[in-house]
Structures are given as C-alpha cells and as structure tokens.
Design a protein around this ligand. Structure first.
Ligand SMILES: NC(=O)c1ncn([C@@H]2O[C@H](COP(=O)(O)O)[C@@H](O)[C@H]2O)c1NC=O
Length: 543
C-alpha cells in the first residue's frame, strides 16, 4: 500500500534539490525552474551547470553549512537535506523542522553516477566500479519517492518536458497522480541500479578479480524495462508483456532492437518464433561460403525449411527452396534471411501468408511490395550478424517454482571439422549438406533429425520421444527426396535401428555427436550399408 498523505490541493513548488550526473536537457529543467520561481539547491557540478544556464542556485554546502567532503562521497547526506525531503505535511513535523531550522524541499531531481556505463568501459578497474556506486543520489531518490505524498522526484532527463507541461497546467504545482507515477519510476530506477551493482559484485571474487565470465554466478539480479504490452500470451486468456532485461541490453542483436517497419502488433508467439528464426539464420550465416546466402522458414518454434544458396543464386531463389522444403507448413510461417531483402525476394515473400519476416535490411522497392501485406510484420535487425564479444548471452526460462539460467548454445562445429569413424568418408558435396543439416538440427526440438539434399532441408523430424521415431518422421516427410539425402541428428543414436531405417530410405551420410555406449554398433551398421558418418563431439539438445 502506498502511504497517502492528505494534501487536498497541491501547493506550488517552492524548493528543489537538483543533483545530476547526466546533465543532458538541463536547459529544459532550468527554464521551468526559473519560470516557476523555484528556489534551487545543488551539488558542485550541477550547481555550475545550472548557474551557467541563468538559474539562481544555492550550493547544498551553503544550505547545510557542511562542506562536500571525502572527494564527493558525502555531499547531500545531511539532516537538513533528508529532513527537508522526508518531512510530512503535518503540524508536528512542521514544528520539528522549525526547531532544527530545516527548510522543506518539495522537488528532487537526481540521476545517479553512471555505474553501468563505467563497468562497460574496457579495462574498468574494480576500484573505478566501486567509486561509481552512488550513495547520496539513491538516498535522496528513495526518500523523495517514499514521501511522494508531498515531494516530486524526477530521475530521467526525458521527464523534464513532462514536468514542465504539468507545472504549467497546474500553476506550478505537481498533482498527486504525477508525484505517484514519478515515485514508481524512482523506485524502479534505484532497484535496477542496485541490481546492476549486485550483479557486478557477484561476478567478482573477494579480491575484486572477475570470475570466469561465462560462469553462472550464484546471484540473479534481473530488472526489466517494459517494452510493449503484448495482445496476449500463448493463448488469449494469458496476459503477457515484453521486457528488455539488463542482461539483454548488453547484446547488439536482440529483438528489443528490431526496427518494426509495418504489420500487426507482435504477439508473444511471434516473438518466440522470431527469436528462433533469428537464432537459425545466425548459425546459417556463420557457415556461409563467401557470396553465399541463406533463408529459413519457422513455424511454432520449429524450422520447417532452410536452404543455402551459392553466389550464383539469387536470394529469391534461395527463399523459394526454403519454402518448398515444406510448402504446407510454410503457411503462416516466420521467415529469416541472411541479407537485405530485394524486390524480387519481396515478390516471393508476399505469395505466401506469413506472420513475420526478419532481415538485416530491405530495399525501398522491397518495402513497397511488402507493404501490400498490411498485417505482415516486417522486422529489420541491421546488427543481426555482428560478432558477439564476451561469453554467450544468458538465457532465462521459468518453471513452476523458479527460473532456469543457462548460457546460449553458441558452439557451432562445422561438419568438416568432425571425426569420421566409418570406412567411407563423406564426399565434399555430402559434407556441405551435412553441415547445413547439423546447423538446422540445433534449432529443432529434441529428438531432432534433419534430412538435407542439394542445399535444402527435405524432411525434419522434431520433438519426438524416441530418436528412431524422429528418423521415421523425417523420412516420411521427405518422401522420395530421402533417397540420396544426408542426415543430421542433434544427439547420438542409442541403437542401430535408426541407421537401418535411414539406409533403407536411401540416405547416404550422417552427422551426429557420437558418444553412445553403442557407438561401435552404430558404426558397424553404417559400414554394412555403406553410409558415411561424421562425429562432431558436440550435442545440441533443444528442450
Ligand atoms: N555522496 C553524496 O552525498 C551525493 N549526493 C549526490 N550525489 C550524486 O552526485 C551526482 C552529481 O554530482 P555533481 O553535481 O557534483 O556533478 C549525482 O549523480 C548525485 O546522485 C552524491 N554522490 C554519491 O554518492
């Protein structure tokens, strides 16, 4: 419950304390403080900046009679400041303020030392990070937010314009509702600030040395910036929202950065599928030969088609082959491509009912063509293939009772780098197809089997409870195309039954991690059927 002080008609602001590290838009603030004749108190750097903008500003040290000390570690931590902010509008508090000669403060404008920006700087020392933990700022922000019934608190320079508008509308006073909404934002701000500090400290040991960057540290400090309220969750009766987390803010390539050119609002399911389609196209892009291109079609978190094109093939042709891989499933699909969409590709895209298209760019002609499909969501992620620095991003998933945290599966072993345990080695053409199959299988729910022929998937079996059933599904989907195809599996074959089924269907080569107790049996089966096999040593379960 919010504490509610009874202030029937808010009085015009008389005194503000301004202490900001981010000095952007201070001119907007200065203007409104002058216009409403607000008495202004301020700390060192902010005092100088406001004075230059023509504000008659009093130094906090003069106001309190206590100088700033300890290199700025103590500037505003004084009863005259905190008494002035925290006093309730009651007669008792008024008497106490008078007794101690404390003047009430009714607006606090504070933003904090740039802790996040500091720790993101290459080479930032532990000592630098610690020195950038703001103490006085959050103390004032929290005090003002607690006393929202009388005091306004602004933590974001982007709110100065709103503040100016509200004050102009209300004769220099801040209505209750505005103070309350500023207070909400203030506590969210300090909570997120502390989460960043706690996360940083969890990632450093007692000597201040960074712990293995890829480790999952024992603390989880997630704060989320709300991006959009989604129409609903997986189903219409489930409310849902999309948040950008602090962890994601460090990523260059997240969906939070997508430019949305057109289409219906993105749904919860769209975002999940878009994320999956993005993951696959990144893996395909990473394996492309120079001048090559790739396209993928997703449905309900599973790829239904993926194709690689050589430099001689256009993107439109590559997309057509990805769509043809399972034309039936492509209806209502999510498409991702490895390069900017041109007019010819756009013409092909609009032939099918699609939910979302994701690409690193679009030509103006392509945009015009796609615009014909008003509901189609067109997402541009210019940085989608930027190489990521640092450890793979954290991925969070909730289960009843908690949250699971792991690093994203970014390992990609090219089939050509694997070991060949069979008598026959795959041909160069088979290796190229195995590589595509392996990259796609990583994005199919386990148990996952992917059949590939001539640079495109022809049959995908996923989400099956036995591996041989996933094999049967992939073969059945491929039909005649299974003959001469190659196969990729996300995990090892526990028995030779899958190999017997594959060989009977005409599959010529296999890529899988290996590591089964019965690898010898599986290798023997391959040799019996003349099937070439590659062991990658890396499992890619997707649950
Ligand atoms: N220690 C204090 O008493 C204190 N009071 C305010 N600050 C911070 O000092 C900064 C502004 O400093 P300046 O006005 O000197 O540029 C603000 O980010 C504010 O949050 C403080 N600094 C850190 O804790």
């Amino acid at each position: 419950m919010w504490y509610r002080a009874s202030v029937p008609t808010p009085a015009p602001l008389r005194r503000a304390l301004v202490s900001v590290s981010d000095k952007s838009q201070l001119d907007v603030l200065a203007e409104l403080l002058i216009a409403h004749k607000v008495e202004v108190l301020s700390t060192g750097g902010t005092h100088r900046a406001l004075a230059e903008l023509g504000v008659a500003v009093v130094k906090v040290s003069e106001f309190t009679g206590a100088p700033e000390i300890l290199d700025g570690r103590v500037k505003t931590l004084h009863p005259k400041i905190h008494g002035g902010i925290l006093a309730l509008p009651t007669e008792d508090h008024a008497r106490e303020l008078e007794l101690h000669q404390i003047a009430p403060i009714d607006l606090v404008v504070v933003n904090l030392y740039p802790f996040r920006e500091t720790i993101r700087k290459p080479g930032c020392s532990f000592a630098d990070a610690i020195e950038n933990i703001d103490i006085g700022g959050p103390t004032m922000v929290r005090a003002a937010a607690k006393n929202w019934g009388r005091v306004g608190v602004v933590v974001d320079p982007n709110d100065y314009a709103r503040l100016a508008e509200v004050l102009a509308e209300h004769g220099g006073a801040l209505p209750d509702s505005v103070r309350r909404s500023f207070a909400r934002k203030a506590f969210a701000h300090t909570a997120s600030y502390d989460a960043a500090i706690a996360d940083y400290l969890a990632r450093h040991d007692d000597e201040g040395q960074a712990i293995d960057a890829a480790a999952i540290t024992p603390g989880l400090f997630v704060s989320g910036e709300p991006l959009v309220e989604l129409r609903y969750g997986e189903n219409p009766h489930q409310p849902a929202r999309f948040f950008r987390t602090d962890y994601a803010a460090a990523e260059q390539t997240g969906l939070d950065r997508a430019l949305i050119h057109q289409g219906k609002a993105l749904s919860y399911n769209n975002l999940l599928d878009a994320d999956a389609a993005l993951g696959l196209i990144r893996d395909l892009h990473a394996g492309l030969p120079e001048g090559g291109r790739a396209a993928a079609v997703f449905k309900h978190l599973s790829p239904c088609g993926a194709a690689l094109g050589s430099r001689e093939e256009s993107l439109a042709e590559t997309f057509i082959r990805a769509r043809q891989a399972d034309a039936e499933s492509a209806f209502g699909g999510i498409v991702s491509v490895s390069e900017a969409v041109d007019a010819a590709t756009a013409e092909r895209l609009v032939e099918t009912f699609l939910e979302v298209v994701i690409a690193p760019g679009y030509s103006p002609e392509a945009r015009k063509i796609l615009a014909k499909k008003k509901r189609l969501r067109v997402l541009e992620l210019p940085e989608m293939f930027s190489p990521s620095s640092g450890p793979p991003p954290l991925r969070l998933r909730s289960v009843a009772g908690g949250v699971l945290v792991q690093r994203e599966d970014l390992i990609g072993v090219a089939a050509k780098d694997g070991q060949v345990p069979t008598e026959r080695s795959p041909s160069a053409a088979e290796l190229t197809s195995l590589d595509l199959g392996q990259r796609v299988a990583k994005h199919v729910r386990s148990n996952a089997i992917v059949l590939v022929r001539e640079g495109a998937t022809v049959g995908i079996g996923g989400g099956q409870t036995s591996r041989v059933e996933a094999v049967r599904q992939a073969i059945s989907r491929a039909g005649d195309a299974a003959k001469g195809a190659v196969l990729a599996s996300d995990a090892f074959f526990p028995f030779r039954d899958s190999i017997d089924a594959i060989a009977a269907a005409g599959v010529t080569a296999v890529v899988q991690p290996g590591g089964s107790m019965r690898d010898a049996e599986v290798i023997a089966a391959c040799d019996e059927h003349g099937v070439a096999m590659v062991f990658t040593g890396e499992r890619h379960f997707r649950h």
